[in-house]
Each structure stands twice: as C-alpha cells, then as structure tokens.
Design a protein around this ligand. Structure first.
Ligand code: SF4
Length: 455
C-alpha cells in the first residue's frame, strides 16, 4: 500500500469510527467538516447531493441509517472493500490499466463457481448450461489474484446455485479479505450456520432471487420456495447481515414486482438493495412470450424511478438505467462473465466467446476478439434506453459474433446468433418508438444529456 493510499485509508477509517458512535448526530457534523476542509469546487455536485440527503432526511438518508442496523464488523468490511478498495483505489488502478493495455478493464468479475443448481426455474439462463461443471477453488483464486492486479476488488457469483459450494466460497472470502463478494442465490441454502460463517468472514453479501409474491415466485421457481426465501431473509436480518434481492421482470410478473406492496415487503424484510433484470429470451427453448411489451417496460421504468425518491432501498433497473453507466457494461467495460467451464462471456446473457480462462490470462481474455469488438463499439446506441447489442440492437450482436468468430458457450444446446437475434428483432422494432419518446422526454441527469436534475 502506497503512502497516499495509507493516508486515505486512515482518514476513511477515522471518519467511519466517528460516525459509528451516533450516526444521526455525527453524519451532518462530518459533512460540515468535509465542506470546511475541502477546497471550494472540489466534488461540488456530489457534496451538494449528500448535503441535500442530510438536510431533507429523505429516503436516501433513511437507507444510510439502515446500514447502521447491520453488524458493525460487516459494515466496516463493506465500507472498506466496496467503497474504498473496489470503487476508489480499484478505479484508479483500472483506469491506468485501461490506458496501458488499450482494452476494457472491469470494475467487477462475475463468475459461475458451479453450473449445478438445486432448482430448475423457467427462463433461467443457468438452466441452459448443464449441471455438472465447476470452477476449481484454485482457478477462482487465480482469477481473483489476476483481477486484483488490474484493480478489481468486486466479485459476483452466479450459476448454477453458488451456495451449493458454500465451503469454498467462505474459503475464498478468507483468502481475499480485501475483496467484496456478492452472490446471486435462490436463498434456499441459507441457514443458521451459514449466517454465522458470513458474520465471521464479513465480506459476503447474498442477492436472493425473488420473482414476486408467493404465486408468481413459486410458479417460476417451484412450490414452497417463497416461504424458504422469506425464512432466509428473517435469518439474515436477525443476524444483522446485508442482503439484496435480484428479480427478473417479465410480461407476467412486472406489475407484482414493481408494486408498492412488493417494495414495502422487501424493506420490512431487511432488503437493502434490489436489482431488476429485464427478461432475456436466451437459449433455444426460451419463452418469447415472457418478453414485456413496450407499455409494460414503460410501467417498470416509471414505477422504479418513482420509488427511487420515496423508498429506503437502493434499486438498479439494468435495462432502463443505462444512462447512469453510459450504456452497455459488458465485455469488461464494467464487468464480464466467466462460466463454470471457464469460458469468458461478454455478460451473463450473451454466451459467445473466443477464450477460456484455463488456457488464457484474464488480461488476454479482455483482449480477445469479441471483447475488443465490444470495446470498439460501445455504446451501441445514443439512446440509453436502447443499450443492448442483443435486445435492442440485434444487428450489432449478429455482426460482432460473425466478424469475431465467437462461439456459443451453451454446453447443452448450441444457439446460433441468428436464432437468438431473430427472437429479439421484433421486440427491438416495437420498443424503438417508445424508447425514443421516453428518451426525448428525459431531461437528463448526471452522466447523461443535459446535466439537469431528473426525477
Ligand atoms: S450485452 Fe446487453 S444485457 Fe449484457 S451488459 Fe450489455 S446491455 Fe446488458
């Protein structure tokens, strides 16, 4: 650790210690001190936003206070690993590596420890992968070591059901205490013992899949799963552990999961963040009828944004929030996906690859043909409500896969890029006028068009 880094680290630790005593009283005092010490104009917009949150005591302020209901050791590890290592220190190293290497360098790496799963849900991309593949502990450790050299301190497990390999995941938390690990999970394997292990290692955060209330959830995931998930949430909350929900909106459940009732249920259950994914018709047997209509997607867009200014929960609606990250984040622009077989995919939905982590380095994977094609073409559309080269701009994915010779990494049933994009082309055509209307009406906020304040 360099001198500058040690000083920053020390300052952050002191600030956190100060807030710990009495967050309600000390957060405003600390902000006033920052304002006094920081040269005028430095991070003015960000400081202004934080000051508003404190003065208005709005839903974001309530969310900050909810962090102080967590176990103190877990909270400290989260601030250290997520805020300092992954976002401050990590971003600086990533930026240097991007310039030096001329390729994308991600903020997070998603990987599948296993393709095995104890459930079989309708429309799950993981279900298409077969169920007997695993990345060894040594391979995951090697990916993390290589990632840290590039400034990556955020690792996200997908699958399969990652918790099928609980013991290895806890071991990896111990081996890399400076990283934050987040895991998508169906929640059914979270029990008292695992909560105790999470409290011990401090750097493991589950994101539990939920598709709505009991009927909607269990019709996709299986009878009795909703009750098991609610039980897992109770355990996590009782142990002061942070956790989120991951949900996929379809033509069937979009109203359920964007209802006020659903948001309130999540908050009451202790959920700190909710990640909303648009249903993707990936795989030869994908159910195209689950794709939301333009009106249904607009309803999701409107409701999540409305709740963002009233509910004490952090939400991300990946397909409708691309404006905050400048478009598609795949192929290492913000993240990449490594399958249980070791193939380096652009993202969890796009399964075309030219590289395998067993015979190439992480850096060379980032320079592989399809990764460089993404790098050279992102963003794929100026309209940030049409970010995806598969869903909203299918001609772009067809061209990149054909030009780079990337092959499909679905081990059970190979899907050609034409088959995939033929399914999304009608969707893209129908969504375009609605997306143009919404984007034209968007005033733009930080990171997008006009620099003005949005809803
Ligand atoms: S390829 Fe599509 S689904 Fe994947 S990150 Fe980019 S926009 Fe999202």
């Amino acid at each position: 650790m360099g001198v500058r880094e040690s000083v920053q680290n020390f300052a952050i630790n002191q600030a956190l210690k100060y807030i710990e005593g009495n967050p309600e009283e000390n957060i405003p005092k600390l902000m006033a001190l920052v304002d006094k010490l920081m040269p005028e104009g430095w991070y003015a917009a960000q400081r202004g936003a934080v000051r508003n949150v404190i003065e208005e005591k709005n839903n974001w302020y309530q969310l900050i206070l909810r962090l102080y209901e967590l176990d103190p050791g877990v909270r400290k590890a989260f601030f250290q690993n997520f805020i300092f290592n992954a976002s401050l220190k990590g971003s600086a190293i990533q930026d240097e590596a991007k310039k030096r290497e001329g390729c994308n360098v991600p903020w997070a790496i998603l990987l599948d420890p296993t393709s095995a799963c104890n459930l079989h849900c309708t429309g799950c991309w993981a279900a298409e992968y077969g169920n007997r593949l695993n990345l060894s502990l040594e391979t995951i450790d090697s990916i993390i070591r290589q990632g840290k050299e590039l400034g990556v301190y955020m690792y996200i497990y997908t699958g399969g059901e990652p918790l099928v390999r609980k013991a290895d995941l806890i071991r990896l938390c111990e081996m890399h205490p400076d990283c934050e690990f987040l895991s998508f999970t169906n929640g059914t394997l979270i029990d008292e013992d695992f909560c105790k292990e999470m409290l011990r290692v401090r750097n493991f955060v589950p994101a539990i899949s939920l598709e709505g209330f009991e009927d909607a959830n269990d019709s996709r995931r299986g009878q009795g799963i909703y009750k098991k998930v609610r039980h897992a949430m109770e355990l996590l909350k009782a142990h002061g552990l942070p956790f989120g929900v991951s949900t996929c909106y379809t033509s069937r459940n979009y109203a359920d999961i964007t209802s006020e009732e659903f948001f309130d249920m999540m908050i009451d259950s202790g959920v700190l963040f909710a990640w909303f994914f648009h249903y993707m018709p990936v795989g030869n047997d994908a159910a195209v009828e689950l794709l939301p209509t333009p009106e249904q997607r607009e309803a999701v867009y409107e409701r999540i944004r409305a709740f963002r200014s009233t509910k004490a929960i952090f939400t991300m609606d990946f397909q409708n929030d691309a404006q905050y990250v400048g478009g598609c984040i795949a192929c290492g622009r913000n993240y990449l996906h490594i399958t249980a077989m070791g193939d380096g995919d652009p993202c969890v939905f796009i399964h075309y690859s030219n590289c395998n982590i067993h015979d190439t380095s992480l850096l060379d994977a980032l320079k592989s043909p399809i990764f460089m094609a993404y790098h050279d073409n992102q963003p794929f559309n100026d309209n940030m409500l049409r970010p995806c080269p598969m869903l909203e701009n299918p001609e772009r994915l067809r061209a990149m896969v054909k030009e780079t010779g990337a092959v499909n990494t679905d081990y059970e049933s190979i899907e050609s890029v034409d088959h995939l994009c033929d399914k999304t082309t009608p969707y893209a055509e129908k969504w375009k006028p609605k997306a143009d209307e919404l984007w034209g009406a968007c005033k733009g906020c930080s990171g997008c068009k006009n620099g003005a304040e949005c809803r």
